[in-house]
Ligand binder design. Sequence first.
Ligand code: ASP
Ligand code: MG
Length: 417
Amino acid sequence: MALIVQKYGGTSVGTLERIRNVAQKALSRQRQGDQVVVVVSAMAGETNRLIKLALDLTELPDLREYDALISTGENVSVALLAIAIQSIGGKARSLVANQIPIFSEGVYKDGRIKKIGTQKIRKLLNHGSIVVAAGFQAVDQEGNIHTLGRGGSDTTAVALAAALNADLCEIYTDVDGVYTADPNICPDARKLDKISYDEVMEMASAGAKVLMIRSVELAKNYNVKLAVLSSLMDLPGTLVVKGDKEMEKTVVSGVAYDKNECKITVSRVPDQPGVAATVFKSLGDAHIIVDMIVQNVSEKGYTDLTFTVRKEDMARAKKLADVASRKLAAGEIKIDPNVAKVSIVGVGMRSAAGVAGRMFETLGQAGINIQAISTSEIKVSCLIDAKYTELAVRELHSAFNLAKAPAGSKPKKRAKN
Ligand code: ASP
Ligand code: MG
């Protein structure tokens, strides 16, 4: 008997019909003899709807109440799924964060899981129930609800899998695995049967909406075997594993994009020690994640400081940048939400030269201007005008030979590029 944690995202529980489908899948898994814990997200669009309600009231809602509000979508979906399982003859029990319990520490909107009690879940499993656990939520010592960051149900699933020492954590979503690029943009994108934890993490931070970064980090640290699968089609998915020598032969495994960042420029910052600290310390203290950073000399003695943050943090970041700019006697703040980040990712980059150059050349030949660059050991990202996103992704996908092998030719496991 295996212990399986299954996670279903918002689209997979987006309608009652889909909830019935999930109920069926969980129940048939249990009837095969496995113990099943199902983690669900809110029904598709629900978290966004709740966020909008709060933001329509005020631009800067109190974060305790914000979390209390936006975590409720999951309360609905767990109860609905438990009812659905029961209605087809299964035994199920829904549990929200304080019932499990899942304890968090840290801040609102971005809580970290600190501890999970497994006693109640184990008891229910041993009594033949399917446990339906709410994703995305946790409680602090005082019982305040914290959410785990957007897409946080993945983290809940992996953390539960680690705490329960599960045999496998299956992430069901509306795609059937990890692709070399978004198939909506590149029809010839290829599904990878295997990808490394590090690559998935970089793909996620580059905007690929497959898995939440923190969940993969957790999976890597606790050695949780992950599978990304479709909840709608019965197809083999992508296994997320430790990288190996074979995988390193591929220089670029995928192209990702992210339209969820905005660019903020603080102009005419005096070119002195400590100025960057003044700007970024206050953002960090406010738990605003800064992604790309560029510093350019604008005129003698002054620099322009450009950085990107998530669009949802734009208003708060602007306010803090304003304060910092006044403190530094710097110039105006410019905000540009019409940007996108395109990235190439691959473990093989560690040992290959000229990859970034090839990326810049590809964008240049397509007439796309690069506004900022950031790199890691296995990723290169460029910030561009958002209107060129699709073009950039397609050009890079073909420049690095990521497309499906044409019909009739021998299928390659991972393209050598
Ligand atoms: N419902 C939450 C969100 O939309 C959590 C999740 O989907 O994983 O971010
Ligand atoms: Mg989601």
